[in-house]
Design a protein around this ligand. Sequence first.
Ligand code: ADP
Ligand code: MG
Length: 313
Amino acid sequence: MGRQIVIALGGNALGATPEEQQKAVIAAGNHIVDLVKDGASIVIVHGNGPQVGAINLAFELGCKVDRKLPAMPFAECSAMSQGYIGYHLQNALQNIFVQNGMENHVSTAITQTIVDRRDPAFQNPTKPVGPFYTKEEADAIAAERGYTFVEDSGRGYRRVVPSPEPVDIKEKGTIRCLIENGDVVIACGGGGIPVIRENGLMHGIDAVIDKDKGAATLAEVIDADDFIVLTAVPAIAINFGKPDQKWLGEITISEAEQYIKEGHFAPGSMLPKVEAAIRFVRAKKGHRAIITSLENAYDAVTHGKGTIIVADP
Ligand code: ADP
Ligand code: MG
């Protein structure tokens, strides 16, 4: 087959605890191994919401009980989550390859995603991270560290960070080398560690990048053939969850944009996937983006299952 495929792997492929995650990634790997057997080059971009949240929370709470523990910046927490999840995926896939008599290698690339410091998202942080605080606690932390807090639906105060658009992937050259070496590559985890460029130098910032948008950017800059989003549903639907729900097969960018206007996709879940798919197909005319479930991964690539987003004719 020889296709280069970037796969965005959803939270349902990972589970909540280290034990759960270790089992879940084996199941995920078993759905991907047939594509590798067919000769496809695979890059996996995993989500990290619950994991980076747990790492961040552990440090926040740790600081409260022991002032010797440093506050851990969010970019560092993202990097830790890439290592932790990358290790599990790497280990699971290596073992699956051994069990299948395959000689493929697997590597994880700690990945920085470049964002634009002028992105309007920096003026309007929206993404809640970390624990809930009282107003007094939040004010004290804000004064000490310059964090922004918002009141979250009567449950207390929570830190918010910006969610800027990904612009480029710093390690794209390295990732291409690993692919050429025949590796299955785990990269851009959680959308990538957000960095801005100042006078040519890269700095990590407190922000989160949408995983699906980071994955689409990676697919674009490494010139992938297909961009596939694997999540908990077999396809995207209009009228999702209503009696007249309809799963979608092949749709064009214009049709997808019309459905976005009509409000069919939830902003925190399906909307960024559809936007990411549109971004990839628009940048790579003639290529397709697919949104489907983990179970359908192979059939989606080989037999057109799931929702396929294509350029307008
Ligand atoms: P992931 O961890 O894979 O990013 P999300 O929960 O963020 O998963 O997004 C996938 C979810 O989006 C689906 O499981 C589904 O519940 C929800 N969803 C919202 N709108 C739609 C829609 N129009 N069609 C299909 N799924 C939708
Ligand atoms: Mg999601």
